[in-house]
Design a protein around this ligand. Structure first.
Ligand code: G3H
Ligand code: 13P
Ligand code: ZN
Length: 307
């Protein structure tokens, strides 16, 4: 099955009141773990690659790994660029075969964000590629850019932004943030704002970044075996489920993959100090990714059997 566009996937998700998981991939084990889970549960899937992941693995390797994965499945899978910073990187991945890109102009002024998003939309649409943009700023670290504070998305601006740029989906800031330390006190998302955006743009697919729930079992496992991940806190799963009721069709998950792998590898090292065969610890790490993704599909995304 060739890579697909998110269009049909999001139409179905919107109508079905569920979200599709967009999982960040960096290497073979991550791709395999995610694919195995989605295959078993017949779930649609978005695999996304950040600029850092692209630099780490190489775009050619990622594409070849995806080809290998797709040769084994008939699942609909989207290959998406996560947080593209400028036109050039979007163009390079579009030319390389990605079916969806994010142009992230959220750190620029409103007008500059519109300008660069439009530029990418023109190029991408010409090639049938989907464009996600972002308005508002999420706190936390993404690649080279980090932000101290959230700047929540203004609903009226969101409508104007989508009308003027023609982007296909929009990432909104409603209180989530990237990384493992999302909330200092009680986790809270601005659902009133999300509902307003949804009402202003009925039928339009919204995206939630920074949507890892930072599963306590993996934080505890890592810390028990030498980790120092103190005070980690993610988005409660009940809130993520609720987001799908307000037009959120894509939920981004990276930190939960990192935690599942790292905790599993730490445990393995602590329990098997004499082992040095990478397959011995990367195998369980891959299984942990698969188990975590299965949990997400069944209990957070609601997309089991939707493929
Ligand atoms: O939004 C950030 C993603 O978690 C990607 O992280 O840029 O370190 O690959 P990365
Ligand atoms: P998390 O850090 O919550 O996993 O968010 C990932 C993300 O938004 C990737 O774009
Ligand atoms: Zn993100």
């Amino acid at each position: 099955m060739p890579l697909v566009s998110p269009k049909e996937m999001f139409d179905k998700a919107y109508g079905g009141g569920y979200a599709v998981g967009a999982f960040n991939v960096n290497n073979m084990e991550i791709i395999q773990g995610i694919m195995q889970s989605a295959e078993e549960l017949r779930s649609p899937l978005i695999l996304q690659v950040s600029a850092g992941a692209r630099k780490y693995a190489g775009q050619d390797y990622i594409i070849k790994l995806m080809e290998a994965a797709l040769a084994r499945t008939d699942l609909p899978v989207v290959l998406h660029l996560d947080h593209g910073q400028d036109f050039d990187i979007c163009k390079e991945v579009i030319d390389g075969g990605f079916t969806s890109v994010m142009i992230d102009g959220s750190h620029h002024s409103f007008e500059e964000n519109i300008r660069i998003t439009k530029e990418v939309v023109e190029y991408a649409h010409d090639k049938g590629v989907w464009v996600e943009a972002e308005l508002g700023v999420l706190a936390g670290v993404e690649d080279e850019v980090s932000a101290e504070e959230n700047i929540y998305t203004d609903p009226d601006q969101a409508k104007e932004f989508v009308e003027r740029t023609g982007c296909d989906s929009l990432a909104v800031a409603i209180g989530t943030s990237h990384g493992a330390y999302k909330f200092k006190c009680e986790p809270k998302l601005d659902f009133e704002r999300l509902e307003t955006i949804n009402k202003l743009m009925p039928g339009y697919p919204l995206v939630l970044h920074g949507a890892s729930s930072v599963l306590p079992e993996y934080v505890e496992m890592a810390n028990k075996h030498g980790g120092e991940i103190e005070g980690a806190c993610g988005v409660p799963e009940t809130l993520l489920r609720k987001a799908a009721e307000y037009g959120v069709c894509k939920i981004n998950i990276d930190t939960d993959i990192r935690l599942a792998m790292t905790a599993t590898i730490r445990k393995y090292f602590a329990e098997n100090p004499a082992d040095f065969d990478p397959r011995k610890y990367l195998g369980p790490a891959r299984q942990a990714v698969k188990d975590m993704v299965t949990h997400k599909i069944e209990h957070v995304l609601g997309c089991k059997g939707a493929a």
